[in-house]
Write a protein that binds this ligand. Structure first.
Ligand code: ADP
Ligand code: MG
Length: 259
């Protein structure tokens, strides 16, 4: 079943060239006619160099940013311009985990408050009470539940990323978008967080859009891979096809750079 569908999504940013206010405005195309689908339970990776448009695509897919053209569909509904209840439902079903856990976790909140916040915003009482629910979420992501009253700064980078993942899981999402979620972590910690992401998916059956510039990481987690270059998807295929029989010249160059 198709969960999410982007259809010919384009994002132009209007910028001014050198010369400050007097310079003419120019439109820069960050994402160029991008189309893909994500099925329920699968992991689609988006790979490409820095600046290729991955995060912009992710932000459009999560409706954190409006596309200039094109449509975003979720469970068969066009939600490109949705507002009100349907947008709220979508914002619940699609969660994002960002690269830098510390900048996406409120430093003045305890872990308990952070991971239960998505429910509080919706006015939903955490099942079993806030404390018990936070402890359960912490256990699910491999954090010590006795640390629920600590603050983000008291955790390591890998642990902080687990807090971000716990927060995403609090609302039972159907799709979790990981935008370079493990890129800033040490290799051994990366492997642990990837194992966690895989286990959570096995347990709950949601989908991932997994964005990374590191192909070795992508190989461990994705079923399908989209390769982006200069705002376009130049190739999209199964993991084995992309890694073993790349067709596009740019994909071949990317693969050649993997040690
Ligand atoms: P990636 O995540 O693949 O590194 P991004 O989606 O962040 O790429 O960026 C794609 C391009 O769009 C880059 O050239 C970036 O500088 C540009 N860009 C991203 N956001 C904005 C913005 N808000 N205004 C202007 N240009 C932007
Ligand atoms: Mg990015």
């Amino acid at each position: 079943m198709t969960l999410l569908r982007l259809h010919e999504v384009t994002k132009e940013f209007v910028t001014r060239g050198q010369g400050g206010l007097l310079a003419p405005k120019a439109a820069f195309t960050a994402v160029d006619q991008v189309s893909f689908e994500v099925s329920l339970g699968e992991t689609l990776a988006i790979v490409g160099e820095s600046g290729s448009g991955k995060s912009t695509t992710a932000r459009i897919a999560a409706r954190l940013l409006d596309p200039t053209r094109g449509t975003v569909e979720f469970e068969g509904q066009d939600i490109t311009r949705a507002t009100g209840k349907s947008l709220a439902r979508f914002r619940n079903d699609v969660q994002v985990v960002f690269q830098d856990p510390f900048s996406s976790l409120n430093p003045r909140y305890t872990v308990e408050r952070i991971v239960t916040a998505p429910l509080s915003y919706q006015g939903i009482a955490p099942p079993g009470g806030r404390r018990a629910f936070a402890r359960e979420l912490m256990e699910r992501v491999g954090l010590n539940p006795d640390h629920s009253q600590r603050y983000p700064s008291q955790f390591s980078g890998g642990q902080a990323q687990r807090i971000g993942i716990a927060r995403a899981l609090a609302v039972n999402p159907k799709l979790v978008i990981c935008d370079e979620a493990v890129s800033a972590l040490d290799v051994s910690i990366q492997a642990q967080v990837i194992r966690l992401l895989l286990r959570l998916q096995r347990e709950s059956g949601f989908s991932y859009i997994f964005i990374a510039h590191d192909l070795a990481v992508v190989r461990q987690i994705a079923q399908r891979v989209a390769v982006m270059n200069k705002g376009r998807i130049v190739e999209l295929g199964t993991r084995d096809q992309i890694f073993d029989q790349p067709r596009d010249e740019y994909t071949k160059t990317l693969l050649a750079a993997v040690p």
